[in-house]
Ligand binder design. Sequence first.
Ligand code: FES
Length: 89
Amino acid sequence: MCDGRVALEFENGIHYLLGNMYVCVCLAVTDREVEAAIEDGAKTREEVTRVCKAGGDCGACHGQIEDMLEAHGCPGGSQRLVPLRIRAA
Ligand code: FES
């Protein structure tokens, strides 16, 4: 059954399940809010922070925000990740 969430699986074993998961715990920003910021044109982590505040405090979520940017083809992450598979969860 498809519930609207999307799973991203990367070659390095990282898996992300997108769909109302907190990316930034400090500022209570979900993956959907970060996705919306990226879809609205944010191309760097700093731009994502400016739009939805994710990443604006301790910085623990910076890597995940950068990975999400990379998954959208924005070269702003610390490592280059290309999804092996994208599927409905
Ligand atoms: S978890 Fe995002 S700034 Fe702390």
